[in-house]
Design a protein around this ligand. Sequence first.
Ligand SMILES: Cc1ncc(COP(=O)(O)O)c(C=O)c1O
Length: 410
Amino acid sequence: MDELAINGGPMAKPTPYARPNRYGEEELALLREVIESGRLMGPGGMVARFEQEVAEAFGARHVVMVTSGTAALHTALAALGVSEGHEVITTPVTDIGTVAAILALHAIPVFADLDPDTTLISPQSARERITERTRVVIAVHMAGLPCPMDELLTLGEETGVLILEDCAQAHGGTWQGRKLGTIGHAAGFSMNESKQMSTGDGGFVMTDDDETARIATLFHDKTYVRDGSIGYGDQPIPFFALNYRPTCLQAAVGLAQLHKLDGLVARRDEIARRYYAELGDLPHLKLPRIVDGGQPSWWPIPARYTGEEPAYEEITRALGAEGLSVGTRMGPAGNILRTELIRTKRYYPLTDEVPAFWREAAYDPDSCPNADALQASLLRLPVDQRYTDEDIEQTIAGIRKVWGHYFGTT
Ligand SMILES: Cc1ncc(COP(=O)(O)O)c(C=O)c1O
């Protein structure tokens, strides 16, 4: 066996991973259509077409396109009735946008721990954190892995809390044959550039509930009624809302991306299956368990190093030296319980006075030990539809080489 690259041997992956431009002729054609229509502003136009096609493709009754995943979650939470003083349970391993959406409504984020096997929300931990003030549990399908929806739906039925799916990383994944985003009471999707569908930045809300959709439609557009039933100057403005309207340019790109989604999900599945088949036998490497009935829309896979010798840091250094793109963090903030925002409850940029709605909340930074344990042992296996078979073969060979060196596996 070759010497490890970290010790001066040849790299297992000497060439960079393939990442050709993900936008192309269809995006250009639809963008041209929008420009030629003379109408860039939604709602309506290409935005309405996007919403309709996404609803059809996912099997949902309603889709409301917005400007980001954070805006989608904010809008969805508002439409589900979250208001000041309500508690919303989620996990501390997610994007801060999930938590910002809660705080924006003056609701209180409450953090449940992860299940170490799935790396997703533990329904048991969520159950333990439910109080009479809990309104919603946000199930984050992190890394495109479906949350244990049967247990979460049961939790909802037994306690009356609503389930909001955070599908920011999960476009096209399914659970029991249903698309993620159509299982809970509503869902929020992101379309920033790292996502399975990208409009550069963007997002959408999904729900089957007519009333939730009606409120979401008002909420994303300053409450303006746009169906022609209200005369100019007579808008009733029934409540406070912001402007989260996307443009038809975003919708054009989004539509082209939607048309590529099935192919992207299938190619990523092919890659993920190879990792499970060709690395699943390695000691001290734990791949996440997929919940029964779940079909992920794969992202870089949150595998874990479960050995003690050598130290995790040595393993990650050795993998990096081989030229492998193996990540060591989930989410930009690691464990959100440990961010300055949560530790200090500093809501506003220029005053450290905690607003009244948040004063009583108390956070124990050590209350989600499985989240810390995940971050401290993470080996994210690279997944992207653009990677070539050679990229994947070299990655697998590189991991097996490092394992062979340290653990004597072949
Ligand atoms: C799990 C999760 N939730 C929410 C968001 C927020 O999305 P956005 O960046 O589009 O606001 C993201 C994306 O960064 C995410 O990955």
